[in-house]
Design a protein around this ligand. Sequence first.
Ligand SMILES: Nc1ncnc2c1ncn2[C@@H]1O[C@H](COP(=O)(O)OP(=O)(O)OP(=O)(O)O)[C@@H](O)[C@H]1O
Ligand SMILES: [Mg+2]
Length: 357
Amino acid sequence: MQTKNRAAELDARGIGKTYGDFHALDDVSLTIGRGEFLTLLGPSGSGKTTFLMILAGFVNATSGSLTKDGTDITHLPAEKRAFGMVFQGYALFPHMSVEKNIAFPLQVQGRNAQDIKKKVDNIVDRVGLREHATKRPADLSGGQQQRVALARALVFEPSVLLLDEPFSALDKNLRGSMQEEVRRLHQETGTTFVFVTHDQSEALALSTRVAIFNKGKLQQVDTPKAVYEHPANRFVAEFLGDINIFDLKDTKLSGALAECRFEDRVIRASNAAGSPTNHFAIRPEHMVLSSAEPADRNALAADIEDVTYLGAATRFALKTPGGKGLTLEMPTRETGPDFARGKRVWASWAPDQGFFL
Ligand SMILES: Nc1ncnc2c1ncn2[C@@H]1O[C@H](COP(=O)(O)OP(=O)(O)OP(=O)(O)O)[C@@H](O)[C@H]1O
Ligand SMILES: [Mg+2]
């Protein structure tokens, strides 16, 4: 398998793509580092596949430029880029065995038979297909077929691997094990991975950085922790999972804390929450429930409207006296009979939790 220094760096500058007067991509600039696992995340139609196809060379950008390791490849045809690709539909050759499917790209490159055998054997073991090597794709499960597609994309040791929603057809458990597999293959090969998904948790779990798209525009690119805990805007905050957003009044600084009002309560936020604005956001799992009003925390009285058992966690739908709906999630082991539907409780959080939008 390849050495880590074969991984490429890609640099997209001001990429735009229009279809008629529709902007599928608008001024996207993004550097994808050598050996990075970068995920393109966004809702359906946000431009993820279009951007990946421009990286691959299958779609021409209307504007902007693309370099690989500093060399301009904006107009280089796809076959000369020689990036590995894995798509949602595996596109395996139905009449060929697993081994022959995987060997195919090497044969196209005209490698000698011994070299091909060695490389195919190596990758077949790596993706756990040894006992299925002589089967045809139709005799494999969906997950096994996806492994063949991964192996075929990695066998020629590409400097970049592009993956477009490769697991969207798989069930949840299989998806989880394929995610681990891809992560392991990324670590072992050191190749630059660009991965497309519209699944937030998949993006957060796999990536070194996440690039979030909406309506053809890049919204934010940063580590999973940073985009989740410090979203650049309301779209990113809401797209990355449930969030409570409060419209505040009278926001002002009071010493090291920002102080503001929500309904009849004073809310304090440390500078970890960012520059004060009139919109404050907090994730459901960053608040806790209590029966008594807690000291030294931001706390809102609320009535429990609904309780959903999720296994390890329990989710509460709450309503404040002013009519604001809240979502709160707590480890199930910390809940109890005091937190049942209809009870009056306190939802609270520390001043260094949450952030201004
Ligand atoms: N060949 C085309 N002609 C016209 N419009 C196109 C073409 N290809 C893509 N589009 C439009 O560009 C936008 C972005 O499409 P794209 O396939 O990149 O979205 P996506 O983020 O990959 O979505 P999904 O999650 O559904 O796969 C969409 O509105 C799509 O309809
Ligand atoms: Mg797509």
